[in-house]
Write a protein that binds this ligand. Structure first.
Ligand code: AMP
Length: 188
């Protein structure tokens, strides 16, 4: 996988979903995530649908599949299993509204995910409505509380990936809290 240097599209048939990711760390991040989601590294389950380069063309079939992938079902995710304690997580913070745990595939010395306990339709930020303002604010405030708890006095980064082009892989809204190293800009 590390030899792939151009953007790729990954298909997860379990969720009928296509991910489009750039080369490098994002691809290396998404493939293990998909593998965990489907429970098997089988190429029939998680496969590269296409590897696009600037001069390659996508078939209309694949364009249609990609377009369809923006209609993402609001179905349970692996985070529900963590919330229900069906699978373990390294929890660093919990209150009645949010849960925070260490990312299984950390991209920095500190990499924590902060999620709402009740999804309430917030599979992704693009689904946010006015009623979600309290929980969205709480997720960010919790990030600041945990950053202090983790000793990130010199700064940290907050990331919310949204949808296929944002390289989101788990459709239960979550805030990434990254720290413990110098961040770079622009983000990939
Ligand atoms: P995103 O790609 O923004 O949807 O982020 C999903 C994150 O969830 C990725 O960084 C994954 O590494 C992380 N992840 C997936 N499964 C687990 C798990 N069981 N425990 C902790 N983190 C997970």
């Amino acid at each position: 996988m590390s030899a792939i240097l151009s953007p790729v599209r990954l298909y997860n048939p379990i969720r009928n979903q296509i991910f489009r990711c750039s080369f490098g760390s994002q691809l290396n991040r998404v493939v293990p995530s998909l593998t965990r989601l489907v429970g098997s590294p089988s190429p029939s389950l998680t496969r590269i649908v296409s590897q696009s380069t600037s001069n390659s063309s996508m078939s209309s079939e694949k364009e249609a599949a990609l377009a369809a992938s923006s209609t993402i079902p609001d179905s349970p995710t692996i985070f529900d299993k963590i919330l229900n304690k069906e699978i373990p997580a390294n929890v660093v913070y919990e209150d009645d509204k949010v849960l925070a745990f260490r990312d299984i595939n950390p991209q920095a010395p500190v990499h924590i995910l902060i999620i709402p306990k009740v999804k309430d339709g917030l599979s992704r930020l693009a689904k946010a409505e006015e009623r979600h303002m309290e929980i969205l604010g709480r997720l960010l405030h919790t990030a600041k509380v945990i950053a202090k708890q983790e000793g990130l006095e010199d700064g940290f980064r907050i990331v919310i990936n949204d949808g296929p082009k944002g390289c989101q892989s788990v459709y239960h809204i979550h805030v990434h809290l990254l720290g413990g190293r110098q961040m770079e800009w622009p983000a990939g």
